[in-house]
Ligand binder design. Structure first.
Ligand SMILES: [Zn+2]
Ligand SMILES: [Zn+2]
Ligand SMILES: [Zn+2]
Ligand SMILES: [Zn+2]
Ligand SMILES: [Zn+2]
Ligand SMILES: [Zn+2]
Ligand SMILES: [Zn+2]
Length: 273
């Protein structure tokens, strides 16, 4: 089996590397070594993972390394391998020297490979303006030449400005929407309150006129009426505003409309009992 992990490096003096440090599957020095619980044989994590997805036994000693399978063909036992954390082994692996296949730099310690990747002059990188669709890709040491004539990069300040402007506009739009919603609620409330000219009030406006909602005038207190604003059935004690001829708004509607104001009022004045 060939190497399963692709790195852009090769080992220096690979033949001289201790076989003890090499994986029996890919024949390369271990990458993230793990050992099988059953027999302690060690492999790269990726190598043994792929191996065990197709086989049940250790590739070296043929011990059964993996047992149970559920109905979904997934193993339900604990992981058949554990990571190696023997410092001596890990340090030896870290100190292995590699050559970069892109820039040909030699004697890079394997543990420093990630750092090398970040600065390797021949590594393929994208333009910093890739986020605004610059399609350029090339070796890192050609990037500065590209940047000298990259139109995306030149447009960048302008595009960023427009972008920020757009974000601001969107925020403003959201704020306005919230404001409009609030105003709409207020207008609806006022329309119901005005009640086609028969403006509602807290108490009966003219005591001499018969009140639709007054029990003294024959109104059954156990009956429910409909709030003009929320259209829910309410009891007469829940009426906050009314017009004797007809039309009322419940205390809950008033409360939610003026909750900020009512919070400042004394509790005794609150409409909800
Ligand atoms: Zn391997
Ligand atoms: Zn084994
Ligand atoms: Zn190191
Ligand atoms: Zn390199
Ligand atoms: Zn570019
Ligand atoms: Zn009344
Ligand atoms: Zn209501």
């Amino acid at each position: 089996m060939n190497t399963l992990i692709h790195f852009d490096y090769e080992y220096i003096n690979e033949d001289e590397i201790d076989d003890e440090l090499k994986c029996g599957i890919c024949k390369q020095p271990f990458e993230s070594p793990v050992s099988l619980r059953i027999c302690n044989h060690t492999f790269c994590k990726v190598c043994i993972k792929i191996w065990l997805s197709q086989n049940q036994t250790c590739p070296i000693c043929r011990h059964v390394a993996r047992h149970h399978f559920g109905p979904d063909n997934q193993s339900h036992e604990k992981s058949p391998y554990v990571p190696i954390n023997t410092k001596i082994v890990l340090n030896q692996l870290d100190r292995l020297l590699v050559r970069c296949l892109l820039c040909q730099e030699i004697n890079i310690q394997r543990c420093h490979w990630k750092n090398h990747e970040k600065r390797c002059s021949r590594r393929i990188v994208t333009c910093p303006s890739v986020d605004i669709q610059c399609p350029w890709k090339g070796p890192r040491d050609k990037l500065s030449i590209h940047l000298n004539h990259c139109t995306y990069q030149q447009m960048r300040p302008l595009i960023d400005e427009v972008k920020n402007e757009l974000i601001l506009t969107r925020t403003k739009q959201m704020e306005l929407k919230t404001k409009i919603n609030l105003l709409e609620r207020k207008v609806t409330f006022l329309c119901k309150f005005i009640n086609r000219g028969n403006i509602m009030s807290l108490n009966c406006k003219k005591p001499e006129v018969k009140c639709k909602y007054n029990s003294n005038d024959g109104f059954d207190q156990t009956h429910q009426v409909i709030c003009n604003l929320c259209n829910r059935y309410i009891f007469s004690k829940e009426i906050f505003l009314h017009d004797c001829q007809g039309g009322c708004i419940c205390c809950y509607c008033v409360h939610s409309q003026y909750s900020d104001h009512l919070k400042k009022c004394e509790r005794s004045k609150e409409p909800v009992d």
